[in-house]
Design a protein around this ligand. Structure first.
Ligand SMILES: NC(=O)c1ccc[n+]([C@@H]2O[C@H](COP(=O)([O-])OP(=O)(O)OC[C@H]3O[C@@H](n4cnc5c(N)ncnc54)[C@H](O)[C@@H]3O)[C@@H](O)[C@H]2O)c1
Length: 272
């Protein structure tokens, strides 16, 4: 059911690669709720993925941009405002990639060039996105910016490797820039810490299926789906959350507050 929560709002949505992407579901929901937006992704992803299908469904234009390139991001802000006809009300940062995870390097054998790449793509890009926006005064008053994070910023999940450090930095940028942009233009900046979800980035983490199942059993509501994530992010883009900023918001079915569950204890007993 649609509520018209984003009627008249203009947005930028990054990171939709294919129909499994969190950004893909969020874009569909934003469209359903009445928003107009542009889609952006890295040029290589545009060649590999199926973004045009989503663009057609949402009547959205695509602006290719590598999120590590300041000049590409400047172009995203300039062209988005031209296409949509004014300042931007909401922005989704849904970008993450670790060459170390992708190439299976262990945490004791990281390639540092790749580590820097992980941080640049998955965290620094968020600062670059916000700084280029501020320089063009491109976000409307009470605009809302959301980036997607994961609990490995707070707790150790060994297979998440250097992406853990990237998520710590991402959440810290949300606080620091949230303060700055709040003072400047009343712009909100938050991160949403999502349950494990079957996407290209998600399933790239080692032994994803067991990881997924464990989180599901540890969460009283079960893992939060990509569709539920889209619902939640829409509320953060809407006017209903105008005083929420600088937060890392868990969207994980309760996982982050649970210590142990009877189901997991039972499984351990069975294994003895
Ligand atoms: N899937 C999960 O389990 C999960 C859980 C919590 C948080 N997240 C986060 O959600 C976000 C989206 O990931 P997803 O799970 O939807 O997977 P996904 O693979 O569908 O999305 C990742 C996106 O990042 C884009 N990207 C990579 N390098 C880029 C660059 N240089 N410039 C621009 N874009 C670039 C990719 O093209 C892709 O569209 C990521 O930040 C991820 O860490 C995912």
């Amino acid at each position: 059911m649609a509520y018209g929560l984003l009627k008249g709002k203009k947005g930028i949505i990054s990171g939709a690669l294919d129909e499994h992407s969190l950004a893909w579901k969020i874009a569909l929901k934003c469209h359903e709720e009445g928003a107009k937006f542009v889609l952006t992704n890295a040029p290589v992803a545009l060649r590999m993925g199926t973004l045009q299908t989503l663009a057609d469904r949402c009547q959205a234009r695509i602006i290719p941009a590598d999120a590590t390139s300041v000049s590409d991001l400047e172009k995203v802000w300039k062209e988005s405002q031209e296409i949509l006809g004014g300042k931007i009300d909401f922005v989704l940062h849904s970008i993450g990639m670790s060459p170390n995870v992708r190439k299976g390097r262990s945490y004791g054998d990281l390639n540092y060039e790749w580590f820097l790449k992980t941080l640049d793509i998955s965290a620094l890009s968020f600062h670059k996105l916000l700084q280029t926006a501020e320089q063009q005064d491109a976000i409307a008053e009470y605009g809302s910016v959301v980036a997607l994070s994961y609990m490995a910023a707070q707790r150790v999940f060994p297979d998440y490797s250097d992406m853990s450090q990237a998520k710590v930095m991402l959440e810290s940028i949300a606080r620091s820039y949230g303060y700055r942009y709040g003072k400047l233009r009343k712009v909100r900046v938050n991160t949403v810490s999502q349950s494990p979800t079957r996407t290209t980035a998600g399933t790239g983490v080692g032994d994803f299926d067991s990881f997924y199942e464990y989180a599901d059993q540890m969460s009283p509501l079960g893992n939060a789906s990509a569709e539920a994530c889209a619902d939640y992010v829409v509320t953060l883009f809407s006017d209903l959350t105008r005083s929420v900023t600088m937060q890392n918001l868990y969207h994980d079915g309760g996982f982050s507050a649970v210590g142990i569950t009877p189901e997991i204890l039972e499984r351990l007993k069975e294994g003895r």
